[in-house]
Write a protein that binds this ligand. Structure first.
Ligand code: ADP
Ligand code: MG
Length: 396
C-alpha cells in the first residue's frame, strides 16, 4: 500500500528550518549508547535534509523521566554524540527543550546545521500534549518532520503538537515502517504466513484477529497456545492460561476456518514441572499435558511443522517467541523458526520487542527483510489502528 502522507521529498526544505521528532530512545550504560540501532535508523532522513540545505533541529525522549525537570542519567547528549560519531557531522546539543536557551539555540540554527534538544519528557507538559508546548515547538522551525516511528502511536506534544501550526511531513523511517507493516494486509506476496507467539492471547487479540483477515496460514506458539488448547478441550496443566479468553480463542478458530485462514497449533510441547533456569524439559503431545507440568516451548514435531510452513511462504510476519527463549533449554523452538525464516527467500517482517531481542540474540538480524524499530507502534499498525502521529501529517 502506498504511504498516503507527504514526506520530506514532497516539501521544499531548501534554506528552511526543520524540527524533526526522532526516536533516540536508546539503551545507555554509564552514559554510553549500548545499542545504536535507533540512531542509525534516523540517519537517512537527517542526511537528506542536510544535503538539501535545511537547518535541522532534532528532538526525542529517552527512558522514563519523572517529568519534573532534568535527570542527568537520561540526557540525550550521548545520543547526539553517537549521531556525530556515525555521520561525521558536527552535531550541537542544547541542555534545554522548552526554555529560552532552547529557543535561542534554535534561532541560531543555519542551513546545514544539526542541533539536538534535550529529552522532551523532562517536563510533564510533553505527555499531556499541552497546546503551549505545541506552539513553542512550532515556533522553532518552518517545517515539522515526524520520523519517530516508535512513538507515532502516542498523541504527545513532540509527536503531534507542532503539526497543528506548521506543515508536517514524514521522514523515511516512518514511511518505510508504515508501508511495510500495512503492506502485509494490502497486497502480500502469497502464501503469506503469520507467526504469532509470546505470552498472552489477551495482549495480542487485535493482532491475531486482523492477521486472520489477511494471512493464508497463522502459526500460533508461545504461552498463548495453551488458551487455544483449552478452547479445543485439551487440559494444559500448570501452563500459562487465560480462562477469560477461552471463548474468544474458540471463536477465532471458527472465524479463521470461515475466512480460509489455516491455523497451526503445536502438536507437541516441551513441558517442565516448574519455571526456572534449572527446569528440565520433557516432550509431550498437546492432548496429554500432565496436570503438574507447564508448557515452556514447542516440541520437535511442531518445530518441523512450523519450519516447513515458513519455508513454503513468500511473505512472513513474525511477532512473539515460540517459547520461554530467555532460558536456554526452552529457546530451541524460537531459534528453529527464526532460522527457517532467515534461510528462506521470503519477505520477512519482524515486529515486537521480545521477538526482535530473540532475533538479535541468535545473530539473525541481517537475514531479515525488515525489523521494525517500534514495539507498540508496530503492534497497533498490525491491529489495523491508525497512528495519531501519522494522522497529523499532511495528506499526499
Ligand atoms: P513481543 O515482545 O515480541 O511482542 P511478548 O511480549 O508477547 O512478545 O512475549 C514475550 C514473552 O513470552 C517472553 O518473555 C517469553 O518468555 C514469554 N513466553 C513465551 N512462551 C511462553 C510460555 N510457554 N510460557 C510462558 N511464557 C512464555
Ligand atoms: Mg514483549
Amino acid at each position: 500500500m502506498a504511504f498516503t502522507k507527504k514526506t520530506v521529498r514532497d516539501i521544499d526544505v531548501d534554506g528552511k528550518k526543520v524540527l524533526m521528532r526522532v526516536d533516540f530512545n536508546v539503551p545507555l550504560k554509564d552514559g554510553v549508547v549500548t545499542d545504536d540501532t535507533r540512531v542509525r535508523a534516523a540517519i537517512p532522513t537527517i542526511q537528506y535534509l542536510k544535503e538539501h540545505n535545511a537547518g535541522i533541529i532534532l528532538m526525542s525522549h529517552l527512558g522514563r523521566p519523572k517529568g519534573d525537570g532534568a535527570e542527568p542519567a537520561l540526557t540525550l547528549k550521548p545520543a547526539a554524540d553517537k549521531l556525530a560519531e556515525l555521520t561525521g557531522y558536527d552535531v550541537k546539543f542544547v541542555a534545554d527543550t522548552y526554555g529560552d536557551e532552547a529557543a535561542e539555540a534554535c534561532a541560531a540554527v543555519k542551513p546545514g546545521d544539526i542541533l539536538v534538544l534535550e529529552n522532551v519528557r523532562f517536563l510533564k507538559a510533553e505527555k499531556k500534549n499541552d497546546p503551549e508546548v505545541a506552539k513553542k515547538f512550532a515556533s522553532y522551525a518552518d517545517i515539522f518532520v515526524l520520523d519517530a516511528f516508535g512513538t507515532a502511536h502516542r498523541a504527545q506534544g513532540s509527536v503531534v503538537g507542532a503539526a497543528e501550526f506548521i506543515p508536517a511531513v514524514a521522514g523515511f523511517l516512518l514511511e518505510k515502517e508504515v508501508d511495510t507493516l500495512t503492506g502485509i494486509f494490502a497486497d502480500p506476496e502469497r502464501p503469506f504466513v503469520a507467526v504469532v507467539g509470546g505470552s498472552k492471547v489477551s495482549s495480542k487479540i487485535g493482532v491475531l484477529e486482523n492477521l486472520i483477515e489477511s494471512a493464508n496460514t497463522l502459526i500460533i506458539g508461545g504461552g498463548m497456545a495453551y488458551t487455544f488448547f483449552l478452547a479445543k478441550g485439551y487440559s494444559v496443566g500448570k501452563s500459562l492460561q487465560e480462562p477469560d479468553w477461552i471463548e474468544r480463542a474458540g471463536e477465532m478458530l471458527k472465524k479463521a476456518e470461515e475466512k480460509g485462514c489455516q491455523i497451526l497449533l503445536p502438536v507437541d510441547n516441551i513441558v517442565a514441572d516448574h519455571f526456572g533456569e534449572d527446569a528440565e524439559g520433557v516432550v509431550v503431545a498437546s492432548d496429554s499435558i500432565p496436570d503438574d507440568m507447564m508448557g515452556m516451548d514447542i516440541g520437535p514435531e511442531t518445530e518441523k511443522l512450523y519450519c516447513d510452513a515458513v519455508k513454503a511462504a513468500k511473505t512472513v510476519f513474525w511477532n512473539g517467541p515460540m517459547g520461554v527463549f530467555e532460558i536456554e533449554q526452552f529457546a530451541h523452538g524460537t531459534q528453529a523458526v527464526a532460522e527457517a525464516i532467515a534461510d528462506s527467500d521470503c519477505t520477512s517482517i519482524i515486529g515486537g520487542g521480545d521477538s526482535v531481542a530473540a532475533i538479535n540474540k541468535f545473530g539473525l538480524a541481517d537475514k531479515m527483510s525488515w525489523i521494525s524499530t517500534g514495539g507498540g507502534a508496530s503492534m497497533e499498525l498490525v491491529e489495523g489502528k491508525a497512528l495519531p502521529g501519522v494522522e497529523a501529517l499532511l495528506d499526499a
